[in-house]
Design a protein around this ligand. Structure first.
Ligand code: ZN
Length: 520
């Protein structure tokens, strides 16, 4: 928000002028910086004993270059040296910028004195005590740099051991190295969520282009957030109870929009903090308690809260009325949320055969499937042809996906749909789950046309298992027409488990449709 920044600069300037007017100027030793003043220490605040504010101001070039720097002074010389050194390098940057800007000003003022007025330099640095006790102190330092109207703002965090004066790094906050895994997992979750949103809004030539872009972004994020200290070396504590994790440009995506940051709840780390930090941050931890549950457990701790909307499936008897099971493969995708909206508005229950790799980046969507009464089942981790894989890889594909579904929904996946419908006796034996195939295939993956999909599904007979894919817009677009066409024939949409009742699917067996549907 450039307007706000400008306002800030103006406020700063007026503050500075007021100070110039009423404070005595201390003599400066260097003649070339005659405008420098170092103001006397003043206490930071009544809340924090023993912390003082040191302010330095400098006016150069007849007021075209202004500097205002505040930095903390504490009882510890080591802390002071570090913060003073930081301020000093900022002052040097300011002087270099001011000198360059002044050259431009002098040149331009010969031609256009009005335009020359924009060649000004405004640098300011302020700090805040984010938290402090006898053992530890956390500062944030904000620097604003404006050269000729182009403004940048930087905020950095500094942590010191108050007893030794030693500067602490992020790893020092935590009791063990698990914090890296936590940072990695929570950062990924947040960045993936953003990526899905961004790619939903962006236009692509085709769904496969979009999916390709998503996969590329997902991989980039995954690499840039691997649980290693080097990827999480810039973290700031904020007073709102969050940790601001800052990534370098290009670390988690192409740097078109500059460096990326995510704010994570401190509460999500409370079990990993060293005791002295736990105590120091306890006000923030209390505030963040609610957030912690969500952040830590995903949904695994709250699976009981299943919100089934509309009449439950228990009231439907598929041996009396015509039922079909709608199944959606290969998701979740950016279209799945709108599909869920449609299913909700028609009060239709479906079964989703999800890919582990996609469930991982859209866990909220998978949780919504579950909460809205749909069945969430396994379609492998990454859609490999399972008949070509070794037994170990087969088990990995199955178990990783099952574990993730359990983690997100709190419920075990009990059914498997083999990618491409490809299976053999060996795969059935190794997988050790019931295989759900289908009896109606609209080939929506080939014909990306809602009208064609409608025509092929709307005539589905009682007992059918209908195959569809929630990764295509055309399929989702076809759904309202399909649902109302079948519902107007009195057909009930049910989950796979309901359709196959009273049978409970058995491992190693295949299921294509309801075995004994009622006839009209
Ligand atoms: Zn598939």
């Amino acid at each position: 928000m450039p307007g706000r920044k400008l306002l800030k600069a103006v406020v700063l300037l007026s503050t500075l002028l007021t100070l110039t007017a009423c404070q005595p100027i201390r003599p400066e030793t260097e003649a070339s910086h005659a405008g420098v003043r170092t103001l006397p220490h003043r206490p930071y605040s009544a809340k924090y004993d023993g912390i003082f504010v040191q302010t330095v101001e400098e006016v150069l070039n007849e007021g075209r270059s202004l500097l205002h720097v505040s930095y903390p002074v504490t009882e510890h010389e080591a802390v002071n040296l570090r913060m003073e050194g930081l301020a000093q390098s900022f002052i040097e940057d300011y002087r270099a910028t001011a000198a360059a800007m002044e050259v431009s000003y002098q040149e331009r003022s010969k031609e256009d004195s009005k335009e020359a007025l924009s060649f000004v330099t405004r640098f300011s640095q302020s700090f805040e005590v984010k938290a402090a006790n006898e053992e530890i102190i956390l500062f944030s330092v904000e620097r604003m740099m404006n050269a000729g109207g182009a403004e940048t703002v930087e905020v950095d965090g500094f942590i010191f051991d108050r007893r030794s004066g030693a500067e602490l790094a992020v790893p020092d906050l935590f009791a063990d190295s698990h914090y890296l895994e936590r940072l990695s997992e929570l950062s990924r979750r947040e960045l993936w969520k953003r990526t899905v949103l961004r790619l939903t809004e962006q236009s692509f030539a085709s769904d496969s282009d979009r999916m390709e872009a998503l996969e590329k972004s997902v991989r980039w994020i995954e690499e840039g957030t691997a649980p290693a200290a080097e990827f999480f070396d810039n973290i700031l504590f904020q007073t709102d109870g969050t940790l601001l994790v800052k990534f370098d440009e290009d670390q988690v995506g192409s740097g078109e929009d500059g460096p990326v940051e995510v704010a994570l709840s401190i509460g999500a780390f409370s079990d990993l903090l060293r005791p002295e930090f736990h105590q120091l941050l306890s006000p923030q931890l209390d505030d963040a308690e609610g957030a912690q549950e969500i952040a830590l457990a995903g949904a695994a701790e709250t699976p009981a809260a299943v919100t089934v909307t509309g009449p439950s499936e228990d009231e439907i008897d598929c041996s009396v009325v015509a039922c079909v099971a709608l199944t959606f493969d290969d998701g979740p995708s950016i279209y799945t949320e709108s599909l869920l909206d449609i299913l909700l508005s028609f009060n239709v229950k479906a079964t989703f055969f999800v890919l582990g790799k996609s469930a991982r980046i859209q866990p909220d969507t998978v949780l919504r499937m579950h909460r809205e009464g749909h069945q969430v089942e396994n379609h492998s981790w990454n859609h490999s042809n399972m008949t070509t894989l070794s037994d170990d890889v087969i088990r990995d594909q199955i178990e990783r996906t099952n574990a993730l579904i359990k983690q997100i929904t709190g419920q075990e996946s009990t059914l498997f749909r083999p990618p491409y419908g490809a299976y053999n006796e060996h795969l059935l034996a190794v997988t050790n789950m019931p295989f759900i195939l289908w009896s109606v295939d609209p080939r929506d993956w080939r014909d990306r046309n809602a009208g064609i999909v409608v025509a092929r599904v709307a005539t589905a007979p009682a007992g059918a298992i209908i195959l569809a894919h929630d990764i295509f817009r055309s399929t989702v677009d076809a759904m309202p027409t399909i649902l109302s066409a079948l519902q107007s024939r009195g057909v009930q949409f049910v989950s796979i488990n309901k359709l196959l009742e009273p049978h409970i699917p058995i491992s190693g067996h295949t299921y294509w449709r309801q075995s004994n549907p009622p006839t009209d």
